[in-house]
Design a protein around this ligand. Structure first.
Ligand SMILES: [Fe+2]
Length: 410
């Protein structure tokens, strides 16, 4: 067995670096992906050896969960500081304006960059839904995406008397694959996960009957695989490293040569990006976003270099059908206090169906997401140049020093 994935060796390292009370569990997925680490306190500043351990773990396991952070002490500032080790946290389009317009209003991404304060963000409505029971952790950072299923009742867009409904899940994707430097790592901090299980089969929700988000024309088999989503608020993952490794050795070299033309908007010339990536730490090969149209009607479909539009679609639909097979799938159940990270080059993911118009906190799902670009950093602060930040990070954002030095240590 590879020493890096030998559980005994892994736990020995864990004890040495994080203390005797720590342990790990896994694999979480049948494909071999996923590892949970227990007993690690991320309020503490990480040293370079600890960071190296965690980077290596993600490069091997594709998804890792650092369980059980105490949310009375672990803040979103701690979370953003932690994220800085994985790359530069990227401002989310919900949290800023470009040229006075919501950043996701259309394809253009120029115009002056202006932060929206938390109080003015749509998501601040979550604090009014269960005022005595559940409040967002305080923050102003533009990098924190609040993911919740209960921001509607006081916005006036949803009638507070409307019955609880089940929304459909999203479409399979990786985060921000449509920019020349894609998102490398994304992570959730879990604040609240639904605990009620009153749907058919003892699940949180039943299978939604609403329309699917995909473009017409995919095979029935692919549609079935896409639509089979978890029913307890789990994030759905597909392991694109295991999916690549499962293909015959004779087919792999040709796939490694394939380039995809990605573009932000339909008229753009776009750029070429490899379909298969090799993880620089573990050497594991994986498909990066092997999907023809992962953001239907929002971003243009990709083209396989050297193929026509219809050939591109046929090829990528077949690949997506392969990757979404049961043996490469993993539904990650969220538990409060967990930090769960995934490598976007080595996985696909999808959001599950959720209850909306909820009136019980037992149905609340509240997560915070950060996403990072660029190279990892063993120690902080990072030393990205202003030029690099300006080119790759919207608004040239870098985490402020007061967050990096949150505990006053240097
Ligand atoms: Fe996503």
């Amino acid at each position: 067995m590879n020493q890096a994935v030998d559980p005994q060796h892994l736990d020995k390292q864990l004890h040495k670096l994080f203390g005797e009370d720590t342990y790990s569990e896994g694999p979480l997925a049948a494909s071999g992906a996923g590892r949970r680490f227990v007993g690690l306190d991320m309020c503490r500043r990480l040293n370079p050896k600890q960071v190296t351990f965690l980077l290596d773990a993600l490069s091997q396991f594709r998804i890792i969960s650092i369980a059980g952070q105490d949310l009375t002490t672990f803040s979103l500032a701690h979370f953003e500081r932690f994220a800085n080790h994985w790359g530069v946290p990227v401002p989310h389009p919900n949290n800023f304006l470009r040229g006075g317009k919501p950043a996701q209003a259309d394809g253009d991404s120029d115009g002056p960059f202006e932060l929206i304060s938390f109080e003015k963000r749509r998501i601040s409505a979550v604090n009014l839904t269960f005022p005595d029971q559940l409040q967002c952790l305080s923050h102003q950072s533009p990098t924190v995406l609040v993911v919740s299923n209960f921001s509607g009742k006081i916005t006036g867009e949803q009638d507070s008397n409307r019955p609880v409904q089940v929304s459909r899940g999203g479409s399979w994707h990786t985060d921000i694959e449509y920019e020349p430097l894609p998102i490398y790592v994304s992570m959730f901090l879990v604040h609240q996960s639904p605990v009620s299980r009153n749907a058919l089969g003892g699940n949180w929700v039943g299978v939604p009957d609403s329309a699917n988000p995909y473009l017409e024309g995919s095979s029935d088999e692919l549609m079935q695989r896409r639509m089979r989503l978890p029913l307890n608020g789990e994030t759905a993952f597909a392991d694109t490293a295991a999916a690549f490794a499962a293909l015959p050795l004779s087919e792999q070299p040709a796939l490694e040569q394939i380039q995809l033309r990605r573009r932000l908007n339909q008229p753009d010339e776009g750029w070429l990006a490899p379909l298969v990536r090799t993880n620089p730490r573990s050497g594991i090969k994986s498909f990066h976003s092997p999907i023809w149209a992962s953001r239907p009607r929002v971003r243009p479909p990709v083209e396989v270099d050297g193929m026509s539009e219809s050939e591109s679609r046929a090829f990528l639909d077949q690949l997506e059908e392969h990757v979404l097979q049961e043996q490469f799938r993993y539904d990650h159940l969220h538990q409060p206090g967990d930090i769960t990270l995934w490598d976007n080059y080595m996985t696909l993911h999808n959001s599950p169906p959720t209850k909306v118009n909820i009136d019980s906190v037992d149905d609340a799902r509240l997560l915070y997401r950060l996403s990072c670009k660029g190279e990892p950093a063993l120690s902080l602060p990072r030393n990205d140049t202003p030029g690099w930040l300006k080119t790759h990070i919207v608004g040239g954002y870098a985490t402020p020093a007061e967050i990096i030095n949150i505990d006053g240590e240097m």
